[in-house]
Design a protein around this ligand. Structure first.
Ligand SMILES: Cc1cc2nc3c(=O)[nH]c(=O)nc-3n(C[C@H](O)[C@H](O)[C@H](O)COP(=O)(O)OP(=O)(O)OC[C@H]3O[C@@H](n4cnc5c(N)ncnc54)[C@H](O)[C@@H]3O)c2cc1C
Length: 434
């Protein structure tokens, strides 16, 4: 097995183009436009569409997808190297056609959609002409799908959906929703629910309220009510009871893509922190010359590089195994590490900017909030740590005796059984462990 941390020169030159393009053309968008997912906003489209065209011309559109869906089929490592640049700009993923949650929802439709659904939803979604929304979480709990009660009942040629969903991001911009609903309340949890595609204008579907978290541009996380919303039988994605299987198609990729973009957000904060500390002086020296400041810089760089390597290694594993399930522990590990890394780096950057850092004129309060977003969306950190621990512990077997195998006496006896005769032959007791 080869270890190689290099990037092939052709791809590196594309990445260099991306870095310049994002800095010069894409970053400015976030200072003059609203939410990137508001695909009906003419101001947004006037600025974003030409940039998306340029990305297509460069052959970098929707790189997370295979060629059959208009992407490059680059795989996850190349995508990680691209996404870490795009993550540094709010509009980066949208301009390059790989924004969340659209990317994961497109993967679901590509896997499970009928030809009609693909024509109606997937094609315009891939062209970023419409936006989707994922509705799994319910008001009574998100981390535990066992408490979900939104119900889909078969009535003749329809499924009829009733219940409530919560914190469904981008609901107000969405053309369609992918909804998880209980189809067999008596089945074990993993077979209890199915996934449905629901048009946003379906009669009986209402956005009761849009929530926004602090620092967000506009509230867009919908509290949804389904009052006997009827969809045809083929609106079910996958088979009955398959909701978790279908969700994994989105969540596996979605989580690792969030982590790739988070590297870009954290790096932006680190860059700003470094520029500030070499630019400002207090008590006769630059902030950068003070050891406690240097510690903050060093810790930030070390944490970011550790995290980046973990993300790239996980991306590499996905490319090797081509199956998110086999890389579950690694994906959960980066999901659990991501909020802490972003939080700590953004907090240090905020603090080192002094009073300016805490204002809305600077991006740090938003980045700190983003770290909490990353710690909750797609499941809270604790749940992912449990997955890491469970998967890791499967690799171990219990010791059959009262004392562990690595107990000193046990180890010494085993070592003597192996090397005792050889030691007797030399006749020396020098260096003997007592
Ligand atoms: C910005 C944002 C966007 C989101 N977008 C979407 C979306 O588009 N679609 C969607 O369906 N959902 C979305 N969510 C919802 C998200 O999936 C849930 O917030 C998450 O699953 C937690 O559910 P909850 O908020 O109900 O918290 P709860 O389930 O009430 O959990 C609260 C806290 O309890 C602790 N906890 C929970 N479970 C455990 C455990 N097993 N062990 C130890 N501690 C635990 C954690 O600290 C957790 O944060 C989004 C959330 C956010 C913040």
């Amino acid at each position: 097995m080869a270890w190689d941390f290099g990037t092939d020169p052709d791809y590196q030159s594309k990445l260099d183009w991306v870095a310049d393009f994002v800095r010069e053309e894409v970053q400015p968008l976030e200072y003059v436009l609203g939410h990137p997912s508001d695909v009906r906003d003419p101001r947004r489209n006037a600025l974003v569409r030409p940039l998306q065209q340029e990305v297509r011309r460069q052959g970098l559109w929707a790189c997370h997808l295979g060629p059959e869906l208009g992407g490059q089929g680059y795989g996850q490592v190349k995508l990680a190297l691209l996404n870490e640049i795009l993550g540094g700009a709010m509009y980066g993923p949208t301009v390059f056609g790989c924004q969340a949650p659209d990317s994961g929802n497109a993967e679901i439709l590509a896997h499970y959609g009928t030809p009609e659904q693909k024509a109606r939803y997937l094609e315009p979604l891939l062209a970023n002409e419409i936006a989707p929304c994922s509705a799994m979480t319910e008001p009574q709990g998100g981390a535990d799908p066992g408490v979900f009660t939104t119900r889909a009942v078969r009535e003749g040629d329809n499924w009829v959906i009733s219940g409530e969903k919560w914190f469904a991001s981008h609901a107000r911009y969405a053309e369609f929703l992918i909804v998880m609903a209980v189809t067999d309340p008596d089945a074990p949890l993993m077979r209890r629910m199915s996934m449905f595609i629901v048009p946003a204008d379906a009669p009986g579907l209402e956005i009761v309220h849009n929530y926004g978290f602090a620092t967000e541009k506009e509230p867009n996380h919908g509290h949804l009510k389904f009052d006997r919303v009827k969809v045809p039988l083929d609106a079910m994605l996958g088979r009955e009871g398959d909701a978790f299987v279908v969700a994994q198609v989105r969540l596996g990729g979605g989580r690792i893509h969030h982590a790739m973009r988070t590297i870009g957000e954290a790096r932006r904060a680190l860059d700003m922190m470094c520029e500030r500390v070499i630019s400002r002086s207090t008590k006769g020296e630059r902030l950068a010359d003070k050891q406690m400041v240097q510690e903050k810089i060093a810790d930030s760089w070390i944490e970011l590089e550790q995290f980046r390597l973990l993300v790239l290694r996980t991306a590499w594993l996905v490319d090797q195994k081509k199956d998110y399930k086999q890389v579950r522990k690694d994906i959960s590990a980066i999901k659990a590490a991501m909020p802490r890394v972003l939080h700590d780096i953004a907090t240090r950057a905020l603090h080192l900017h002094g009073s300016l850092g805490i204002t809305e004129e600077m991006p740090f309060t938003h980045l700190v909030m983003q770290s909490f977003h990353m710690g909750l969306a797609d499941g809270p950190v604790e749940v992912h740590k449990v997955t890491v621990a469970r998967q890791l512990l499967r690799e171990y077997t219990p010791s059959g005796s009262q004392f562990p195998d690595y107990h000193l006496q046990t180890r010494r006896e085993a070592a003597l059984a192996k090397y005792g005769k050889a030691l007797e032959a030399v006749g020396s007791t020098a260096g003997r462990a007592s």
